[in-house]
Design a protein around this ligand. Structure first.
Ligand SMILES: Cc1ncc(COP(=O)(O)O)c(C=O)c1O
Length: 381
C-alpha cells in the first residue's frame, strides 16, 4: 500500500502511540479527577505532562489553557458557540474547511451572527488586505485555517495576527494541517485561540485534539458543554477555572496518552528535517506530474509557501475513476472530491468536480512518489 492521504489522517502513527494506548487500557484504565487513589494520580500526571508538551509546542506559557476535545471540529464549535452573540460578525478566509463554514452557517441561520469570506486567489492565497477590507464595526474575530487541506497553501498567519492586534479582534486559528509540521507560537503570532488535532501531522490517534485559549479570552467564552468535572461538585454551576471550565465528562484518556507518545516522539525529531523530506517529495511529485498531458496541479506552482499537499485536476477524465484506478491497480490511496472544503474549491476554480489529492507524510519515500507519477502517466496515455 502507498498511503498518500496523510492530510486526512497520518499513517502509520508515530512510534510508541499504539503501545501507550494499549498499556493504559490493559494496565491502568482508571479515570482521573475522580478517584483518590495512586493509579489515578499517576495517569493525571501524564495528562498534565501532555498539556505541558502541547503548551510548549504552540508557544503558550500556561498548560491549564490546553483543553482536550475530540479535535478541531469540536474546538471550533466550542469557540463559535461560546464566544459569539447575536449581531456579531466574523471574517473567515476563502480557503476554509467545513469545520468553520458549517458551524458559522448554522449560527447565521439560528443565532443571527454574520460572516464575510475574505477572497482567496486561484493559488489559494489570501492576502492580509482581503481580511482587513472585510472587517466591520460588528466584527469580533478573524477565524482562518493555517494551511489549506486542499492544495497546501499556507496563509500569512503573522500578518493576520498583527492585523487582529491593531484592530483589537480575536484571532482563532485552525491548525489541522500544520500542527507539528509548521512552527507555531501563539504569543509571537498573536493567536488567541488555537484549535489543534492529534491525528494528522502530530502522528497521534484519531478522536483526540483540543484548543489552547489565552486566559483573557477564556473568561469571555461560555462553555459549549457543561457537566461533571470532578471538581466543585457541591455546585450546579460549571467551574470558572481552566481546564475544568471547558472539559466536562470523562476525558479520552487512551487518546491523550497516545497523543503524548506522539509528542514525545516528535520532540526527538527535527521539524526542519522532517519538513525538508516531505517538501522534497512534494517537489518531486509536482515536477513529475507536470510533464503528463491532461494533468493540472492546482494551487501554487512550486513548493514555497505550501505544505506537503498536491491536488490534481484532470481535464477530460473523471476524478473518481482516477482515484479508483490508482487504488485498484497500484494500491495508491488518495482522496477524491471536495475534501470537506467546498469554499476552497470555489476559490481554486475546481468546484463542483473537486480534485484528486495526494498528501505526503514523513514516512513516505521517493520510490513511492515515483510509483505514483508512473501510475498517473500510464493512466493518462
Ligand atoms: C483544515 C481542516 N480543518 C479541520 C479539520 C477537522 O479536524 P478534526 O478531524 O480534528 O475535527 C480538518 C480535517 O480534515 C482539516 O483538514
Amino acid at each position: 500500500m502507498i498511503y498518500l492521504d496523510q492530510s486526512s489522517t497520518s499513517y502509520p502513527k508515530a512510534p510508541g502511540v499504539g503501545d501507550a494506548m494499549r498499556d493504559f487500557l490493559e494496565y491502568q484504565g482508571v479515570n482521573i479527577g475522580r478517584g483518590n487513589y495512586r493509579e489515578a494520580y499517576s495517569v493525571e500526571l501524564n495528562v498534565l505532562d501532555t498539556r505541558e508538551r502541547l503548551a510548549r509546542l504552540f508557544g503558550y506559557s500556561d498548560p491549564r489553557s490546553v483543553i482536550f476535545t475530540p479535535g478541531v471540529t469540536f474546538s471550533l464549535n466550542a469557540f463559535f458557540n461560546g464566544y459569539l452573540d447575536r449581531g456579531d460578525h466574523v471574517v473567515v478566509s476563502g480557503m476554509e474547511h467545513n469545520a468553520v463554514m458549517r458551524p458559522l452557517t448554522r449560527m447565521a441561520n439560528t443565532h443571527g451572527i454574520r460572516y464575510t469570506v475574505a477572497k482567496a486567489n486561484r493559488q489559494g492565497q489570501v492576502c492580509v488586505d482581503a481580511f482587513e477590507e472585510a472587517i466591520e464595526p460588528a466584527t469580533r474575530a478573524i477565524v482562518t485555517l493555517h494551511a489549506s487541506n486542499v492544495c497546501g497553501t499556507i496563509l500569512p498567519v503573522e500578518a493576520i495576527g498583527q492585523l487582529c492586534r491593531e484592530k483589537e479582534l480575536v484571532f482563532a486559528l485552525d491548525t489541522a494541517q500544520t500542527a507539528g509540521s509548521v512552527a507555531l507560537d501563539m504569543e509571537m503570532m498573536n493567536i488567541d485561540f488555537l484549535a489543534f488535532t492529534g491525528h494528522k501531522t502530530l502522528g497521534g490517534p484519531q478522536g483526540i485534539g483540543g484548543f489552547i485559549v489565552k486566559k483573557e479570552l477564556a473568561e469571555k467564552i461560555e462553555p459549549f458543554v457543561t457537566g461533571g468535572t470532578g471538581s466543585r461538585s457541591d455546585s450546579f454551576d460549571q467551574p470558572s477555572f481552566l481546564p475544568d471550565k471547558f472539559e466536562s465528562g470523562t476525558l479520552n484518556l487512551p487518546g491523550i496518552l497516545g497523543l503524548r507518545a506522539a509528542l514525545i516522539y516528535l520532540e526527538t525529531q527535527d521539524m526542519e528535517t522532517l519538513n525538508s523530506h516531505k517538501m522534497a517529495l512534494t517537489k518531486q511529485f509536482l515536477d513529475g506530474v507536470r510533464e503528463i498531458p491532461g494533468v493540472e496541479p492546482v494551487g501554487l506552482s512550486g513548493v514555497a509557501g505550501r505544505t506537503a499537499v498536491a491536488s490534481l485536476n484532470f481535464s477530460d477524465r473523471d476524478n473518481a475513476d482516477i482515484a479508483y484506478q490508482l487504488e485498484k491497480r497500484w494500491t495508491i490511496l488518495t482522496r477524491v472530491g471536495l475534501h470537506c472544503a467546498p469554499v476552497a474549491h470555489q476559490s481554486l476554480g475546481t468546484f463542483p468536480q473537486g480534485t484528486v489529492r495526494f498528501s505526503i507524510g514523513a514516512t513516505n519515500t521517493a520510490q513511492e512518489i515515483d510509483t505514483a507519477i508512473e501510475a498517473l502517466r500510464q493512466l493518462m496515455c
